[in-house]
Ligand binder design. Structure first.
Ligand code: ZN
Length: 45
């Protein structure tokens, strides 16, 4: 399942919201992007 992130408020927008319109349900922004594959392990310093 794909999830998108709002560019404006940085909340995760589920795919359900994107069926009809590409729009953030939280702030109404139309700018959403697909975040890269989630949480690869961060190498320890
Ligand atoms: Zn938003």
């Amino acid at each position: 399942m794909a999830e998108y992130k709002c560019f404006s408020c940085a909340k995760i927008v589920g795919q359900d919201y994107l069926r009809k319109k590409i729009r953030c349900p939280y702030c109404g922004s139309k700018i959403l992007f697909k975040p890269r594959s989630v949480a690869t392990t961060v190498p320890a310093r």
